[in-house]
Design a protein around this ligand. Structure first.
Ligand code: PRE
Length: 451
């Protein structure tokens, strides 16, 4: 993995991490932004590791992180730089608000080499809750920023233009944690993050559940009748689908990277015909009018986020813990594997809180002899999809019953990975303490206070 700085900031807010994917939005304002570039040869998938061993990986990350730190100090004239071995051939056009800009390309300056590590580079991460650097996807005012603040009060929240940039920020030691949404009570799973959890080697160290209270935002003075378009994060659009229809709005829905980014986009471009679905905090930050408040289809709309770190936490038994695993079936198990795995938990009275299946990327389709699959018809082969399963169960990895269940699961699976064993978020959901409020909310019993 390599991190490259490109000259861009995201308007009024701080440096934002970005991946080099050009998006067709209107370039608005020159910004400063760190770009993370994928390097396949060090990108882990399944059993692969970033380096040959953990030490390699950590030193690679430290060196790359020093490059990021060094370059970020000089971001006014930041270089564009293709790492040796980066065969992804990304455009070197600098990014403005996450978007390619030909004009900005003229600002390219020579590569800076990594600086030697110093004692300061090796100093430990700050204590949790005090200026912990927490990466999230979106711009200030996004629900993910509020989730980061709930998880780690007083943290230094680092905006990233994509989910993957948040993963990379932690891997490259630019951030200490990432806080990423995985599921919503109305919209369901955020599949992208399930896939990224598998592709990256970070550990889940906590979870935080955030009530999500959406507003319909427009420029000051704009009336609902003027609207032809509503833009937002796809999850937010789906969480408000029925309400938008019930409001009689005859508008096209368009997906945007994040809710607050959609509000910022409408504001910066002075779009009279476009509304954004975002938080009340985004309205304040970007000078938008709240046309309608609480437009989510269910007042108890909640998004669950996970906190990710480079190291796992030590599981405990003195408070409720949850453990997240991912596995794929062993070849010999055929289609019965899920039943067997679930039984391993049921026999030990371990409750499951979530199960998710995703296509098995390396082997999406399985061919099976009709004879072995029990078919009585003509000779032939049955085809079915192959899945990777994600399961969350209510037990700590420190518990014997959880260890025994996993030992049994391992017998049926070709691949099993513990994504993390972490305290459950037991804070009550209160609709009034909505994520639409300021990101600086603080609580002494924050879910992240121990991670
Ligand atoms: O766009 C945002 O504000 C986000 O934080 C992302 C996100 C998501 O991905 O689900 C987070 C919470 C809400 O469910 C809607 C959007």
């Amino acid at each position: 993995m390599a991190a490259i700085l490109t000259p861009a900031t995201t308007g009024p807010h701080s440096t934002r991490l970005a991946l080099p994917i050009a998006k067709p939005k209107i370039p608005l304002q020159r910004t400063h932004l760190v770009r993370c570039v994928h390097r396949p040869e060090i990108s882990p998938f399944f059993h692969g590791a970033v380096g040959a061993n953990r030490a390699d990986w950590q030193s690679a990350c430290a060196i790359l992180s020093s490059k990021v730190a060094t370059t970020s100090q000089n971001h006014q004239q930041t270089p564009q730089h293709h790492e040796a071995g980066d065969d992804t051939n990304h455009s070197l056009v600098p990014v403005v608000n996450g978007h390619g800009s030909a004009a900005a390309a003229l600002d390219l300056v020579p590569v800076q080499l990594p600086q030697p590590l110093t004692i300061a580079d090796l100093s430990p991460a700050p204590k949790h809750g005090s200026q912990l650097r927490v990466a999230y996807q979106g711009v200030p005012g996004a629900y993910s920023e509020a989730a980061a603040a709930k998880a780690y009060p007083n943290c230094d929240a680092i905006p990233c233009d994509q989910f993957e940039a948040a993963f990379q920020a932690v891997e490259l030691w630019v951030a200490d944690r990432a806080v990423l949404p995985v599921e919503n009570s109305l919209g369901g799973s955020i599949h992208r993050n399930y896939d990224l959890l598998l592709r990256h080697r970070l550990h889940i160290v906590g979870e935080v559940q955030l009530p999500v209270h959406h507003c319909l935002l427009a420029l000051p003075g704009v009336r609902k009748e003027q609207l032809t378009r509503v833009i937002s994060h796809p999850q937010a659009l789906s969480q408000c689908e029925h309400t938008l229809t019930a409001m009689g709005l005859n508008v096209a829905r368009e997906a945007f990277d994040d809710t607050a980014g959609a509000a910022e986009y409408v504001a910066l471009n002075g779009l009279q015909d476009t509304a954004a679905i975002a938080s009340a905090r985004a309205a304040e930050l970007y000078g938008m009018q709240v046309l309608a408040d609480g437009i989510q289809d269910d007042s108890g709309n909640v998004t669950r986020f996970v906190m990710l770190a480079r190291e796992p936490i030590v599981p405990r038994v003195d408070r409720p813990f949850k453990t997240s695993i991912v596995f794929a079936a062993h070849d010999s198990e055929g289609t019965s594997v899920l039943f067997k795995v679930l039984s391993a938990f049921a026999f030990r009275d371990i409750g499951l809180t979530k199960i998710e299946s995703r296509p098995h990327r390396q082997r999406p389709i399985r061919l099976e002899d009709e004879a072995s699959s029990g078919g009585g018809g003509a000779a032939g082969t049955a085809k079915h999809f192959e899945y990777t399963f994600y399961v969350d169960f209510q037990a700590s990895l420190a518990e014997r019953r959880a260890q025994n269940a996993l030992a049994e699961v391992q017998e049926f699976t070709s691949f099993l990975r513990v994504l993390g064993s972490y305290p459950m978020d037991m804070t009550p959901w209160s609709i009034t303490s909505s994520s639409s409020n300021s990101s600086s909310s603080s609580s002494s019993s924050s879910p992240g206070s121990q991670q």
